[in-house]
Design a protein around this ligand. Structure first.
Ligand code: ZN
Length: 60
């Protein structure tokens, strides 16, 4: 099979928590080595606006 490259990285699933209300709104996959701490502005349906979301490693 051409073009299939398996790359093993430090990829993990993290939850994105709203820094305003603390609700976990998203789950994303990050590279632990490249992005140990992620901060993105995303829509929070609890705050009903875009807020800063921080990654949290602990996922059930
Ligand atoms: Zn919120």
């Amino acid at each position: 099979m051409a073009g299939t490259k398996k790359k093993k990285g430090a990829r993990i699933n993290v939850g994105l928590l709203c820094t305003t209300c603390g609700k976990q709104n998203y789950v994303v996959m990050i590279n632990k080595v490249n992005d140990p701490k992620l901060e993105i502005k995303k829509y929070c349906n609890q705050c009903r606006t875009h807020t800063l979301h921080k990654s949290k490693e602990k996922l059930k």
